[in-house]
Design a protein around this ligand. Structure first.
Ligand SMILES: [Zn+2]
Length: 305
């Protein structure tokens, strides 16, 4: 009969089906039962992330980690809060490192066949050669017009590898996105965190003409002569950094990163403005009462871990 198989075909079909079953079990085990350790998730950058750069006429390329760099990445993962580690096991598809990347990091969503949100983070490989203090100082300089040599704004945030700070910041976006933290901003943690500060995701409740028009909010670059005025205004707010003013998601990522860095990893986080080598302003956000009050609310992230 047409549908009858001979013994050889039957054995071959059974073998094929068994192989498919084994493959399915292995795939399932890889994804859900024993997911790859976080530090083994270095993959090529997904096409949708590369496309974002290509469209902006930028052409970053894959960076192969040296042994030393890989070690820095492993350590940064180990230092993440328990909640981050738990969420990442399920939601972090991969990370990659790029050379010639214009920004520090890009967290992109990955299309998945199921309902689980999955993310990929691409990092500029150059940050692996910087300390947190160096990287923060470099980032802050992007808010100011070219220095005339007299003024300088710089951070003392310790000598850990910059990847510790950047991984904390980016993975907080994944925690935020996976738990949909700001979905109900009219109650719970989101209300406590955004109340009196944010009208919506990007609109501030109080618009200070100087502070709310910084480079991270698409404002113009400040001349360095305004540095102390800008940071004096920042001291009146619950933001830990100028970058926090970009959106409530960035605000959370910055606040949690600085909380973890200072309270849990016992690192400093101080900003200085100097003129001709002499300090004319200093600020330690974690000593600001308004920042402190918000950081108390962050402790529930650790209870949930
Ligand atoms: Zn961010």
């Amino acid at each position: 009969m047409k549908y009858l198989l001979n013994t050889r075909q039957l054995l071959s079909t059974i073998k094929f089906l068994l192989m498919m079953l084994l493959f399915a079990i292995q795939s399932n085990a890889q994804t859900f039962d024993s997911p790859k350790p976080l530090t083994e998730r270095v993959t090529p950058t997904p096409a949708n992330a590369i496309k974002i750069f290509e469209e902006a006429e930028m052409h970053p390329y894959e960076h192969l980690l040296t042994q030393e760099e890989r070690q820095a990445v492993v350590q940064a993962f180990e230092l993440l809060p328990p909640l981050h580690q738990r969420i990442l096991k399920e939601h972090l598809e991969g990370i990659s490192f790029l050379d010639s990347m214009p920004n520090t990091a890009l967290t992109s969503t990955i299309e998945s066949g199921d309902s689980v949100k999955r993310f990929h983070i691409s990092f500029r490989a150059g940050i692996l050669k910087q300390t947190i203090s160096q990287w923060l100082t470099e980032k802050e300089a992007t808010c100011f017009t070219e220095n005339n040599g007299d003024y300088k704004a710089h951070y003392n945030a310790g000598s850990m590898n910059a990847i510790v700070y950047v991984l904390l910041h980016e993975t907080t976006h994944i925690v935020d996105g996976s738990l949909d933290i700001f979905h109900h901003s009219d109650g719970g943690f989101a209300k406590t965190f955004t109340g009196g500060v944010w009208k919506d995701r990007v609109s501030l409740e109080t618009t200070d003409s100087l502070l709310s028009k910084n480079h991270f909010r698409r404002g113009k670059l400040y001349p360095y002569t305004l540095a102390t005025s800008v940071y004096n205004r920042l001291q009146q707010t619950p933001f830990v950094s100028l970058y926090s003013t970009s959106s409530w998601s960035e605000d959370l990522a910055e606040c949690l990163t600085v909380y973890h860095l200072t309270r849990r990893l016992k690192q400093p986080f101080q900003l200085f403005v100097s003129k001709k080598g002499k300090t004319i302003f200093s600020y330690e956000p974690v000593k600001n009462k308004r920042v402190f009050a918000r950081m108390k609310a962050l402790e529930q992230f650790y209870a949930a871990g």
